[in-house]
Design a protein around this ligand. Structure first.
Ligand code: SF4
Length: 140
């Protein structure tokens, strides 16, 4: 599966050019705390073409679960959210800018904080956000 949204430069820096002409780079899965080693293959344009287990990784030694090597399907999924959406009164969703989304969030959260305090608010993060050590928590 060819991934046009994830490129070598955007996601992992310049790929290592193997002598055979096939580009690949070592990285690791960020979905959970195991951080299994992965090898990323790129095509000539730098688009990621596959994720494979890295048998040379000193810890995972080629182990990955089904999620690690299937993440291109997530990245390329046609329903993947690429921008903020705000639910409208009729139940539909409207695309907004990040500034609009954060302002909307602020306008709804601040009155709750003011009237009920911080314990009135809860937040859920799944393991990909929690364990993405490259900045998953930076946007909170
Ligand atoms: S491949 Fe599976 S076990 Fe390994 S880090 Fe990714 S999600 Fe976790």
């Amino acid at each position: 599966m060819k991934n046009k949204s994830m490129t070598a430069e955007k996601e992992t820096g310049s790929p290592y050019k193997a002598p055979s002409g096939q580009a690949h780079k070592k990285t690791f899965c960020r979905i959970c705390e195991a951080h299994c080693g992965l090898r990323v293959d790129f095509d000539a344009e730098g688009a990621i073409t596959s994720l494979r287990p890295d048998r040379d990784h000193p810890v995972s030694q080629g182990y990955v679960c089904a999620k690690g090597t299937r993440f291109l399907e997530v990245a390329n999924h046609p329903e993947r959210l690429m921008h903020p959406l705000v639910r409208q009164p009729d139940g539909t969703y409207q695309q907004v800018s990040w500034k609009e989304a954060l302002d909307y969030f602020k306008d709804r959260i601040r009155p709750i904080l003011k009237t009920s305090g911080p314990h009135a608010i809860a937040m859920y993060l799944g393991t990909p956000a929690i364990h993405n050590i490259l900045g998953g928590l930076a946007y909170i």
